[in-house]
Ligand binder design. Structure first.
Ligand code: XIL
Length: 365
């Protein structure tokens, strides 16, 4: 019986029925593709995080409502030391009406994390996506509305959330400011958002989070220009979140290293905030073959090694993967291509990708 399944079934005491498949694997010897070893969270003091579904609108991935919820919770708490809500802390879900905040799902995640000694990262206060319609169509005082939104949410979680993505994806790939409800209605909204977040929780690390900044220097130029401007005006910001929705080929570890180095040179913290590594970007595969799985092991190892060798310990904000198992990844839905981009397979088994991550963590003090 593979080690992880043993652990899941016996320690979680969730019963054989919930682990039906394991009975047939009982007599099957371990294969090299089912790695064993200490849990990821036991291998490093660095926060190793995972994005989790919580809401009833996320029926497969929800650690609360999925038919597999107890297995999801057990795997998350066993391997990871940090969590982020994949959706339930986005404005659409947490602030569905102007006078109404929906705390229930976020609070569930916080309680789960606290019970399991995990850190909690907040995602995300200000974004152009996942907006409630009342916000998109707002006709009142926009600055007061932004202030209420940020202050209320950050204050609610000030005792529990360690760090926030204050603004997500404010720039386009060419480095220009993305036009959004925020840029259209609030001059200098970026600076205002960070100032409000710091006032509501002076202890939380405040991040700017975006995709492609590890691959597109012009986009990172714009982000770092914002940071430089903030510093001249005493606007708080602590770090940059690199989403890193990347693939087996793109970008190169050299490009990733250069991007991290630029942040380090400015004394910014660096998080890998939404890591997944797609192995089928050109839609040529129908399954994760052993060859693809091995390539993914090396790619995970190389990406994590690049992070650990470029970002000094005091500036490491941690590494978070965007989903628990391949079956729950957002990428097949988003890119409309089958893929297997995460550390665990649909049966909750560690993949070679897990080994790649583990190898990188164990090689670096
Ligand atoms: C994605 C979630 O994974 C999906 O479940 C949801 O339908 C759409 O959003 N960048 C981000 C994340 O900052 O919030 C996105 O999450 C993925 C891209």
């Amino acid at each position: 019986m593979p080690r992880l399944i043993t652990h899941l079934c016996l320690v979680a005491a969730i019963g054989l029925a919930a682990c039906g498949g394991s009975q047939t694997t009982n007599t099957t010897p371990d294969t090299p593709t089912q790695p064993s070893g200490p849990m990821l969270r036991e291998q490093t003091s660095l926060p190793i995080g995972v994005a989790l579904g919580v809401g009833s609108f996320e029926p497969a991935s929800s650690i609360r409502y999925s038919p597999q919820a107890s297995q999801l919770r057990h795997l998350a708490a066993s391997e990871f030391s940090s969590v982020v809500a994949e959706n339930v802390m986005k404005p659409e879900y947490i602030h569905p009406q102007e006078q109404q905040y929906h705390w229930n799902d976020g609070d569930y995640l916080v309680q789960f994390a606290q019970q399991n000694n995990m850190r909690i990262h907040g995602h995300t206060l200000v974004w152009h996506n996942a907006l409630p319609s009342w916000m998109s169509n707002y006709s009142g005082n926009w600055e007061s509305m932004l202030a209420d939104h940020i202050t209320t949410i950050v204050s609610h979680y000030s005792d529990s959330i360690n760090s926030w993505d204050v603004v997500n994806e404010a720039f386009l790939d060419d480095g220009s400011l993305r036009s959004s409800i925020w840029s259209s209605h609030i001059p200098d909204y970026l600076a205002k958002a960070y100032t409000l977040a710091r006032a509501a929780d002076p202890d939380a690390d405040l991040y700017y989070n975006d995709y492609n900044i590890e691959a597109m220097p012009k986009k990172l130029d714009a982000v770092l220009k914002m940071v430089t401007d903030f510093r001249t005006r005493n606007i708080p910001i602590d770090g940059i979140g690199f989403q890193m929705h990347i693939d087996r080929y793109w970008p190169s570890t050299n490009e990733i290293r250069q991007a991290f180095s630029r942040c380090v040179a400015m004394g910014l913290k660096v998080r890998i905030s939404e890591l997944d590594i797609r192995m089928n970007p050109n839609n040529t595969a129908t399954a994760l073959t052993p060859e693809l799985a091995e390539a993914q092991r090396q790619r995970y190892r190389d990406v994590i090694t690049t992070y650990l060798s470029t970002v000094p310990a005091e500036l490491r904000g941690g590494i978070t993967v965007w989903g628990l198992t391949d079956a729950l990844s957002w990428t097949p839905w988003y890119y409309k291509i089958p893929d297997w981009p995460l550390l665990f397979d649909a049966n909750f088994q560690r993949k070679p990708a897990w080994t790649g991550m583990s190898e990188a963590l164990q090689a670096t003090p």
